[in-house]
Design a binder for this molecule. Sequence first.
Ligand SMILES: Nc1ncnc2c1ncn2[C@@H]1O[C@H](COP(=O)(O)OP(=O)(O)OP(=O)(O)O)[C@@H](O)[C@H]1O
Ligand SMILES: [Mg+2]
Length: 189
Amino acid sequence: MNLLERKKSLRTELKRRRASVSEDKRKKMSQQIFTFLHEIDEFNQATSLFCYISYQSEVDTHQLINSILRKGLDLAVPKILGPTEMIAVPLLDLADLKPDKMGILTPLSKQIASGPYDVVITPGLGFTMMGERLGYGRGYYDKWFASNQVGLKIGIAFELQVVEELPIEKTDIALDMLVTEKRILDFRC
Ligand SMILES: Nc1ncnc2c1ncn2[C@@H]1O[C@H](COP(=O)(O)OP(=O)(O)OP(=O)(O)O)[C@@H](O)[C@H]1O
Ligand SMILES: [Mg+2]
C-alpha cells in the first residue's frame, strides 16, 4: 500500500472506531475534554480562538463554543468554500449557524476573520503521541495552518483515536497539544 492508500484505509478504520461509541459515552468524554482544556494556561488566557463545529461522532464542541461566546472572546469557526479551501469566519452567536451542503453547521457569512489566533481547536480522525494528525483527507487544516498565525494548535480527540504511528507527508502540520478524555499531551517540550 502506498502512503495515500494507507491514509485512506486508516481513515475508514478510525471513522468506524469513533462511530462505534454510544452518543451518551461520547457526550461524557467530550465533557471531560472540555474540563481538561481548562487546565491549560494558554487556553485560559486566550482572547482569540478558532474552533471547529462538531459533526456526527466528533468530540462535541457545542459546550465549548457556548462557553467561549459567553466569555465575550473573539471566536472564528471554519467554513468550507470548495474542495481545497477552508476559511475562518467570525461567530458571534450559535443561532447564526446553518447546516451546509454536508449538513455541517456553518455561518452563512463569508467574511474572513483576520486572526491571529491564540488557540486553535483542531478536529481529526487519528493522532499520534508525537502530535501528528490524520484529518479527513482534503488538507483543509494543513493549508489553513500554513497561511494563518496560530499560537497553540490543540487537537481534541477520544483516546481511541490515538494510534502508534501515522503515514505522514511533508505538508502535514503537527499539533502542539492533544487533549483526550484521559490525558493532556504537550508536544512542545
Ligand atoms: N500547504 C499545502 N499546500 C498544498 N497542498 C497541500 C498542503 N497541505 C496539504 N496539501 C495536500 O492536500 C491533500 C490532502 O492532505 P491530507 O491527506 O494531509 O489531508 P488531511 O490532513 O487528512 O485533511 P484535513 O486537514 O482536511 O482534515 C494532500 O494531497 C496534500 O498534499
Ligand atoms: Mg494532513
